[in-house]
Design a protein around this ligand. Structure first.
Ligand code: FPP
Ligand code: MG
Length: 308
């Protein structure tokens, strides 16, 4: 697909730090793969809104750099050892280099927005990263706790959905579309579905495809929707007792994982993700038919609801 190739090329071309180790670390993460869903939806939304997709391309790349920066930082925060099926950057280059390369990529993204975007976009992107950082702190503060559904959605909105929302809003702004807020909501529903699926894959995904072992969220003390949806059936006290342990044993992880699967937590989470996809689809229902709109719907169905 031509668009994906153009994104790929630009992702590597824009990255030109003077210090070799920054280039190596940044490239390492970008080369590790990823679906490039953020730049794709930025460019496609611009096209769907009647704008020139070429103009949205560098901004989509900037938003992918923000995603990359957030992963570099997240792996340090989580003390992760793998990402995208390979050893994580913090493990290879060390925490310091990983954090600082994340800083570089975040600043690079803002530089791209200052060059190709406008103040309204810079405001949106800055507020998005503020929300992402706050959500990460909220998530950290809740480790080992059984959170409420409301808290769960606050966390996933911040860590994933608002960046999707920024992508679709920016795409519409490039097109001069008068109502970027609606397109932002479209992206937020898409991002929520994406994170719900990510949380399902943490229970049932194939590690050779997801690049990470199952049960990681539980091992990190994180309670996600599949578990929340069957909490009463398993017994809240029982789950709380397990999560209170400083380190969960593999038996603990396997117990919760198998109970969630047995009690239908995966199906409930799937239904919730599908509901978000329906809301997203509904929001773009009024746009005229185009290859851009069709591709966005294909992304919603085959990329967001992946492997379900
Ligand atoms: C992954 O979550 C984490 C994110 C998607 C967001 C991380 C956000 C920040 C670190 C704050 C923003 C910072 C900058 C510099 C833009 P996860 O740990 O649940 O998923 P994983 O299994 O892929 O690690
Ligand atoms: Mg993580």
């Amino acid at each position: 697909m031509e668009l994906l190739e153009a994104i790929e090329r630009r992702l590597f071309d824009e990255l030109n730090p003077k210090v070799r180790l920054v280039l190596e670390t940044g490239r390492y993460l970008i080369e590790g793969g990823g679906k490039r869903i953020r730049p794709l939806i930025t460019v496609l939304t611009c096209g769907m809104c009647g704008g020139d997709p070429e103009k949205a391309l560098p901004l989509g790349v900037g938003l992918e750099y923000i995603h990359t920066a957030s992963l570099l930082h997240d792996d340090v925060v989580d003390g992760a050892s793998s990402r995208r099926g390979r050893r994580s950057a913090n493990l290879i280059f060390g925490n310091g280099v990983a954090v600082l390369t994340g800083d570089y990529m975040y600043a690079k993204a803002l530089r791209i927005f200052a060059t190709y975007g406008n103040m309204e976009m810079i405001r949106l992107v800055s507020e998005t990263v503020m929300e992402m950082a706050e959500a990460q702190v909220l998530e950290l503060s809740k480790v080992g706790e059984v959170i409420t559904e409301e808290e769960y959605f606050n966390i996933i909105d911040g860590k994933t959905a608002v960046l999707f929302g920024a992508c679709t809003a920016v795409g519409s702004m490039v097109a001069g579309y008068p109502d970027p807020r609606t397109l932002r909501r479209f992206g937020i529903h898409m991002g929520r579905a994406f994170q719900l699926v990510d949380d399902i894959l943490d229970y049932t995904g194939d590690p050779s495809k997801t690049g990470k072992p199952v049960g990681n969220d539980l091992r990190e003390g994180k309670v996600t929707y599949p578990l929340l949806s069957v909490l009463d059936e398993i017994g809240r006290d029982r789950v709380e007792e397990i999560l209170r342990k400083p380190v969960l044993s593999e038996e603990d992880v396997e117990f919760i994982r198998s109970e969630v699967i047995r009690l239908g937590g995966i199906e409930r989470a799937k239904e919730r993700a599908e509901e978000e996809v329906r809301k997203a689809t509904h929001l773009i229902g009024g746009f005229p038919e185009s290859s851009y709109k069709r591709e966005l719907i294909r992304i919603l169905e085959f990329v967001v609801l992946r492997e379900l």
